[in-house]
Each structure stands twice: as structure tokens, then as C-alpha cells.
Design a binder for this molecule. Structure first.
Ligand code: SAM
Length: 462
């Protein structure tokens, strides 16, 4: 963490935008936003979703809203904010200390993206943040840069070309270059705009805990709006709820937060009651519990998870959701006993997560092309390993929440080249916000409907 909240010290000689000897102090929302921005650094680990952090933060509703808005503005507008700030700093921007960069970004976000924060407050709060975060020496720089930004607002970004897409869609240059190279500027802009847009709150109504109509009625009675979702039989979109945790059904497993595209993946497995299913990479359990629901708990789901912390969360979720036919195995799925066979297998493989940027906006700042190549190596090894456990005539579904062909189409092509017993197993019907991108290979389309971008391939063993 960047430093404890404390009464700031004012350095002698530091310039302050405040008159009359007031002592600046950072608001808890800004201080927590600054700490959270560490999640954007390349070395950071993937943390819990922002919604979860907000639900558990000890903040007033107004502070929670401010924290949310600040964090998202910096995640989603970072290229534009840096573009505006860099010319105002004498040193090259890359040489500015990361924590000071983040304080400047937060200040610029308040000045450029939030109409309700007065400029003087944005500047003075940013100076206060320097003291609270123990970078007192940067207070003068932050004050001077943000004052200049407040008095001379920058021209809007030029949207033309790949550089314009990066600025207007808030994406790193390397990722924009990939999209433009494979799909052209128009399509790249459409995808990246969608992936940079706030997602709706979609949930799955869990029939293992109640009739979907009754669950829906409870949500409506609590004042939530319930709209149809673009994909997923039990998916609905919730509107008008400030804290998901407060909705009826969330704590007792009637309602599970899950994107409709993710829900569609388990439907693609098409499990039949009585069957034995392998969920090869199972935590936190959205799809394992969904498979149990599709089986009406009649059958068996073996849910394998390597990471002990995530396995614990998987068990807790399965218990809350009433998924009694799921057996959790805490292990490397590649070490599964040779005699284990399954009617159907879901491999929801670890991936770069570049398809869930609307929900996890920080991910884009922690990925690079080398990680995509490394992910493919792991995905192919896992696919080759789990395929040995599919019975003849059985179905294997491979999925990732990545936009990148290396983690989707290329994995399947390489796998099929070495496994002639497996053939594509196409769906009878393909719903509208999904494109068939290869034989029995599908992509959910975030620019057609409010969805995460998943890749799904269905294979049958002959
Ligand atoms: N299917 C899950 C759901 O719907 O909630 C999400 C799965 S997530 C994309 C991938 C998971 O695979 C992570 O929890 C990761 O820890 C786990 N994992 C990675 N390598 C594994 C391995 N060799 N064996 C089992 N699990 C693994």
C-alpha cells in the first residue's frame, strides 16, 4: 500500500493552492484510489474485481462513488491523461516517479473527466495526496502542473489512426496495433470502444436455490430493475442497484454475478442429467455451479483447481449456490489419474483476460505480447492433457476470455493437427451476439451486445 492515511505535513516552501493556512488532507476515496492504481503496474498481480473491493470498502456511499469514478477514469483514460500531462512536466514523463504519475493522473481525471469537482478542489486534493502518500517533495510539481492544466484545457484528442484509437479508447499502443493489423481500423475501434465501456451488471438466476420467476420477483420487490440479457437462458441484467451485495439472493446463492457470455460457455457444454463432467480449471466456480444447475444436480461434476486459495473460494461458492453434485479436486488437472474418463469436459483455460477489459479495466496495463505467447503454451498443454480423459463420442469445450487468436483459434488448430480423433462439433444454432469464427469455433461480440469477449470451441472425440 502506498502509505497510511495520516494528517499531512506541509513542507516549508511547498506551494499550496490553499489560502489562510488551511492544512490539506487527502480524502479516503482519493487515497484508496491511489493505492488501487498500483494494480495498473506491470508487476502487479490480478486482484479481486473492483465491484468486490467497493462492496467491502469502509466508505460512505458518496466516497464509494468517487473512488469508483476516479479509479475507472484513470484505467480507461490513461493514454489521454498522460498525453495532456506529459508536456507540462519538464522531465520526460517516463522518468516521473510512478506514484507521482498516479497522483497527477488522478488530479487530471478530476479536472478533465469530472464536471462536478471544482478545479481548485482537484488541485488542492492532489497536493494533499502528495503529503498523505509520503511524496511531499512532489507537492510543488503537482500543484504547478495541475494549475496549468486547469487554466489551459487541452484540445480534444485527434481520433484518427491507431494513435487516435489508443487515445480515445484508452488502450495501450501494442494492443491497438494488434487489433488494427488483424481487423482494420473500423472494427478495431468498435471492439476497443466496447471493451472500454462500463459493463452492465448481469447475473445468473440460480434454479438450484429457487424458481427463476420467484428470484426475479424478489429482485423487483427490492427495487432493482430486471432486464433481459443478450445471451444465457438464466441471465438477466440488473439496473438501479448501488451495491450488489445488498440485493436479495446474492448472499444465499439465488443470484450469482456472471457475465452472459460466461453463462453461454456452460450452456455450450450441454450437459445431460446423469453424465460425468470434468470442469478442468474451475475456480471461482461460475461455470461449475452452472453445470450443476443444468444437470439439476443429477450427475457428477469434477471441478479441478490448482490454486489453494481459489479452491477455497470455489468450495464456498458451490456451497452457497447449492451445487451438490460438484466434487472439488485441489490439484493440477494435468496430474489427473489416467483411468478417469468423462462424458463431457470443459476447459475454461487460464488466459490473458483481454476479453474482460470492461469489467477488469486495469488488465490492459499489465499485459504484453510475450504473455499472450506464454498463455498459448499453457493452454495447449492443458488441452492436450485433458483430452485424454474424454470418452469416445464425448464433447470437449475449450474456452478463454481473451480476444487474441493465439489463445483461441491457434490453440485449436495446433491441437487438431496432432489429434485426428477429434473433430469440430458445431452448435445447431448460433445466437445473434455470437460469431462463428471457424468450424465449431465462436466468439461473443462485445460491440454487438453488452458482453465479455469469450472464445469457445466445441470438439467431439470420434
Ligand atoms: N471456470 C472458472 C469459472 O467459471 O469460474 C474460471 C476459470 S479461470 C479462467 C482459470 C482457473 O484455472 C484459475 O482459477 C487457475 O487457478 C486455474 N488453473 C490454472 N492452471 C491449472 C491447472 N494446471 N490445473 C487446474 N487448475 C488450473
Amino acid at each position: 500500500m502506498a502509505g497510511d492515511p495520516k494528517e499531512p505535513r506541509r513542507r516549508a516552501g511547498a506551494t499550496s493552492p490553499l489560502a489562510g493556512g488551511e492544512r490539506p488532507h487527502a480524502t479516503p476515496a482519493r487515497l484508496l484510489a491511489l493505492r488501487l492504481l498500483r494494480r495498473l503496474r506491470p508487476e502487479a498481480e490480478d486482484g479481486p474485481p473492483l465491484a468486490e473491493i467497493l462492496d467491502h470498502a469502509d466508505l460512505s456511499a458518496a466516497d464509494r462513488r468517487l473512488l469508483h469514478a476516479l479509479y475507472l477514469a484513470v484505467c480507461r483514460q490513461r493514454p489521454w491523461l498522460d498525453h495532456c500531462l506529459a508536456p507540462l512536466v519538464a522531465r520526460p514523463w517516463a522518468e516521473v516517479e510512478p506514484k507521482v504519475q498516479d497522483i497527477l493522473r488522478l488530479g487530471a481525471a478530476q479536472l478533465l473527466c469530472m464536471e462536478r469537482i471544482p478545479p481548485h478542489a482537484a488541485v488542492s486534493e492532489s497536493v494533499a495526496l502528495c503529503h498523505a502518500a509520503h511524496v511531499d517533495r512532489a507537492a510543488g510539481l503537482v500543484n504547478a502542473v495541475l494549475r496549468r492544466l486547469a487554466t489551459t484545457p487541452p484540445a480534444p484528442p485527434d481520433p484518427a489512426g491507431a494513435a487516435g484509437i489508443a487515445l480515445t479508447c484508452g488502450m495501450p499502443d501494442w494492443l491497438v496495433a494488434r487489433f488494427v493489423a488483424r481487423a482494420g481500423e473500423v472494427e478495431a475501434r468498435a471492439w476497443l470502444t466496447a471493451l472500454n465501456t462500463a459493463p452492465t451488471t448481469a447475473v445468473r438466476l440460480n434454479p438450484l436455490r429457487g424458481a427463476p420467476e420467484a428470484i426475479r420477483a424478489a429482485l423487483v420487490a427490492a427495487g432493482a430493475g430486471v432486464q433481459p440479457a443478450p445471451l444465457g437462458r438464466d441471465a438477466v441484467v440488473i439496473t438501479g442497484a448501488s451495491r450488489l451485495a445488498d440485493l436479495p439472493g446474492v448472499s444465499d446463492g439465488r443470484v450469482y454475478l456472471q457475465d452472459p457470455a460466461s453463462q453461454w460457455v456452460a450452456e455450450g457444454v450441454d450437459p445431460r442429467p446423469g453424465e460425468r463432467i470434468l470442469d478442468a480449471c474451475a475456480a471461482p466456480g461460475g461455470k461449475a455451479s452452472h453445470l450443476a444447475a443444468l444437470l439439476h444436480n443429477h450427475g457428477e461434476v469434477v471441478a479441478v483447481e490448482l490454486d489453494p486459495g481459489r479452491a477455497k473460494r470455489l468450495r464456498a461458492n458451490l456451497q452457497r449456490l447449492g451445487a451438490t453434485c460438484v466434487q472439488v479436486v485441489e490439484a493440477d488437472v494435468a496430474a489427473l489419474g489416467a483411468a478417469e474418463t468423462f462424458d463431457r469436459i470443459l476447459l475454461d483455460a487460464p488466459c490473458t483476460g483481454l476479453g474482460i477489459l470492461s469489467r477488469h479495466p486495469e488488465i490492459r496495463w499489465r499485459r504484453d505480447a510475450a504473455m499472450i505467447a506464454a498463455a498459448q503454451g499453457l493452454q495447449l498443454r492443458l488441452l492436450q492433457s485433458v483430452a485424454n480423459h474424454l470418452r469416445p463420442g464425448g464433447t470437449l469445450v475449450y474456452a478463454t476470455c481473451s480476444t487474441e487468436p493465439e489463445e483461441g483459434e491457434e490453440v485449436i488448430a495446433r491441437f487438431l493437427a496432432g489429434h485426428p480423433a477429434f473433430q469440430p462439433a458445431p452448435l445447431a444454432t448460433v445466437p445473434a451476439p455470437v460469431a462463428e469464427v471457424g468450424p465449431a469455433q465462436y466468439r461473443t461480440l462485445p460491440h454487438r451486445a453488452d458482453l465479455d469477449a469469450f472464445f469457445v470451441a466445441r470438439l467431439r472425440r470420434g
